[in-house]
Design a protein around this ligand. Structure first.
Ligand code: ATP
Length: 435
């Protein structure tokens, strides 16, 4: 893999973004834990999504549905039958592959032997477990492999309680689970991951229009948060790639070091999901349009993104190296909205005379912005550390501050330093964040 990928993976471990799960027990393949700064970045990605999808709109409401779910849901959705990948084993080295991901389906990429693959078997990706003390049929439950079904099965509840009418959407973020055959590429493909999905219900004849609308909206979201245009594309699926229920799908893709990879899929799912659940549950899942005195099953436009996979793209895009005063520096040029800490408060020296004022500044900022505080090591090293975790602004408290009650704000990208009165600091930093 390329340098950039390894550098980011190393940085993640070194600075507390992502750790291999269960590391003290030798690790747990393809599972990761999000450390002190990683959890903030992941949360900020989800918040940025929620803000644009729910907070800034009046036609989308939120939901948080249960992860454990009964087989009936997955029977109706088609997942029990169809949510499978073709699995092959190499008879020689026992390595397993997804047949559709093999470049050459006759040769094992691990041992290089030809014609050693078993016949492909369809492998269901859902995790099954048992609820209650008795194992066996009747107690079976599934961990959801996507958040979407939670929105479909609550369609009627939300319609009745939210007073929304098509076009309107239901948004949800949370963990999903897939027993991936070939997890890998760090947090790109894992068995447990965070999804951010929205189901947008529209009159059937407006399906295409809203599909195009959401493709554009979602593409722009990544650009606005700092993914460069030459590393982002919207790729329409070929007709043979489309799911059987889809009237159109486009993927937002990022140029990962190993090639283009999906960040998000936007699909026109037609009335498939609501019709399936209506048929299986006996509930009417439709909308009665009083104005036109007609009843219809809405079409669904679904932008389905992954927060953990997207985090990987934001990290790769933000990673850069430059030089200041002849010294190399690593800097994560994360969008300030995504940066784990918005500001680091740094007393110039560890002298006790500066600590009380530095702590006062910290307490002033904390209710408004996520802050870090660091008084160890030289100021230069502390700046580097903040650069490496993407902190957009450092606030330095020095000996003059004791006299003039002003501090210096240092900008991560321009390195510009400006002196600001402590009284105006919150306004200044919030202005920069919003700007
Ligand atoms: P892929 O083809 O990469 O397996 P998919 O088309 O099955 O993905 P969707 O079912 O459309 O993915 O899920 C929506 C989003 O959820 C994806 O675009 C991705 O961001 C995220 N996602 C899906 N599977 C995983 C996974 N195993 N690990 C991390 N993120 C995932």
């Amino acid at each position: 893999m390329t340098d950039r990928f390894e550098q980011v993976v190393n940085l993640c471990k070194r600075r507390g973004f992502v750790y291999p799960s269960a590391e003290i027990y030798g690790g747990f393949r393809s599972a990761y834990d999000y450390g002190p700064v990683g959890v903030l970045l992941l949360k900020n990605i989800q918040e940025a999504w929620w803000r644009s999808m729910v907070q800034l709109r009046d036609d989308v409401v939120g939901l948080d549905a249960s992860i454990l779910s009964p087989p009936a849901i997955w029977e109706a959705s088609g997942h029990l039958q169809n949510f499978t990948d073709p699995l092959v084993d190499c008879r020689n080295c026992k390595e397993r592959y997804r047949l559709d991901q093999l470049e050459d389906p006759t040769t094992c990429p691990n041992c290089g032997k030809r014609d050693t693959f078993t016949e492909a078997r369809q492998f269901n990706l859902m995790f099954k477990t048992y609820a209650g003390p008795v194992e066996g049929s009747g107690a079976e439950v599934y961990l959801r492999p996507e958040t979407a079904q939670g929105m479909f099965v609550n369609f009627k509840n939300v319609l009745e309680t939210s007073r929304k009418k098509p076009p309107f959407g239901i948004a949800q973020m949370g963990k999903s689970f897939r027993n991936e055959i070939t997890p890998g590429n760090f947090i790109f493909r894992t068995r447990e991951f965070v999804q951010m999905e929205m189901e947008y219900f529209v009159p059937p004849d407006e399906g295409q229009k809203w599909f195009e609308y959401w493709c554009e909206e979602r593409y722009r979201w990544y650009l606005d948060l700092g993914i460069p245009e030459d590393s982002l594309r919207l790729r329409p699926h070929d007709p043979e790639e489309l799911s059987h229920y889809s009237a159109g799908t486009s993927d937002v893709e990022y140029r990962y070091p190993w090639g283009w990879g999906e960040l998000e899929g936007i699909a026109n799912r037609t009335d498939y999901d609501l019709a399936q659940h209506a048929k299986a549950s006996g509930e009417k899942l439709e909308y009665y349009d009083q104005a036109n005195n007609e009843r219809y099953v809405p079409y669904v436009i679904e932008p389905a993104a992954g927060a953990t996979r997207t985090m990987m793209a934001f990290l790769l895009a933000a990673y850069s190296e430059d030089e200041i005063g002849g010294e190399a520096r690593t800097v994560l040029k994360l969008h300030p909205r995504l940066a784990p800490y918005k500001v680091a408060v740094l007393p110039l020296s560890k002298k006790e005379t500066l600590t009380p004022l530095a702590r006062e500044v910290l307490r002033l900022l904390q209710p408004h912005l996520m802050c870090d505080y660091d008084e160890t090591q030289s100021i230069g090293r502390r700046y580097r550390r903040q650069d490496e975790i993407g902190t957009p602004w450092c606030v330095t408290v020095d000996f003059d501050s004791l006299e003039d009650r002003a501090v210096t704000i240092r900008d991560r990208d321009t390195l510009e330093q400006v002196r600001v009165p402590i009284d105006g600091l919150v306004t200044e930093l919030r202005g920069r964040l919003e700007g």
